[in-house]
Write a protein that binds this ligand. Structure first.
Ligand SMILES: [Zn+2]
Length: 263
């Protein structure tokens, strides 16, 4: 390979044995087929985009379902943990599971303390979400923690400065775009929804594919609308507009889901 290809980071949350209405859930079988696709792309020499797997929130299914699938294919992923939920909140991993992930060679990063949107935090809240989260992970896992992902994907310049100040060298966003290298300071990610087909995901990696750049454009328009209207008005408007529209494609649906739930 002459030069390393661009990266595409995929973002997952929860896996379940069967399909779910809830779009942040990906069925285990689907995930397995997607990981096989990534593994094949990496093995066949020079993919135009190099896939990487990340998980947000620290759901217990990351340990129960994702880890064995990743391990059997020798794939290393990132797991971004909501530290205040660890061993506290039902359905989320405890320290035992996080240590097992780490011992398996997976990377642990932070995803805040309470999952509060960082753009809504004052200075002392940011300290808890960023510094306390990092120090607690380091203390419990005995390793240095230098990566994090932004709850809800939300950030601004003040938040980014606080993240860097807190010791994070890589801050993962939820902007669907490719990254030119593995060391970019704010890597974007594509949120994988339960209803995205393997065919569609595979099309992202076709040489010359415009699918990803189309998604990024949609994301940027959505962000512009959000900052223009404010979060609440934007969500109301989005809900009204989308009740009338049929579900046309995964990107649009992802954007709609984002406004309702997580991003
Ligand atoms: Zn999250």
């Amino acid at each position: 390979m002459n030069h390393p290809p661009s990266r595409l980071y995929l973002l997952y949350h929860e896996l379940r044995a069967s399909r779910s209405e809830y779009s942040y859930v990906v069925a285990t079988g689907e995930f397995e087929r997607q990981v096989d696709l990534f593994s094949n792309l990496k093995q066949t020499g020079e993919p135009s985009l190099w896939p990487e797997v990340t998980f947000d929130d620290g759901h217990i299914s990351n340990f129960e379902f994702a880890l064995p699938i990743l391990q059997s294919r020798a794939i290393k992923a990132w797991f971004f943990i909501t530290v205040g939920w660890t061993g506290q909140r039902p359905g989320y991993m405890g320290w035992h599971e996080l240590r097992a992930l780490q011992e398996a060679g997976q990377t642990i990063g932070a995803h805040g303390w309470t999952h509060t949107l960082l753009t809504h935090c004052n200075a002392s809240e940011l300290h808890r979400e960023l510094v306390d989260a990092r120090l607690t992970l380091e203390d419990k896992l005995g390793t240095s923690i230098t990566t994090m992902s932004l709850p809800g994907g939300r950030y601004n310049q003040r938040v980014l400065a606080a993240c860097r100040e807190a010791g994070y060298t890589q801050i993962f966003t939820s902007i669907p775009k490719a990254e030119p290298s593995s060391t970019t300071p704010t890597p974007g990610r594509l949120n994988v929804r339960g209803d995205m087909s393997l065919e569609w995901i595979s099309s992202l990696f076709h040489p010359g594919s415009r699918v990803l750049s189309g998604l990024e454009r949609q994301y940027q328009m959505k962000s512009a609308a959000k900052s223009l209207l404010g979060d609440r008005l934007y969500e109301k408007l989005w809900a009204i507009l989308n009740r009338k529209e049929p579900d046309t494609d995964a990107g649009e649906a992802a954007a709609r889901e984002d406004s309702a739930h997580h991003q």
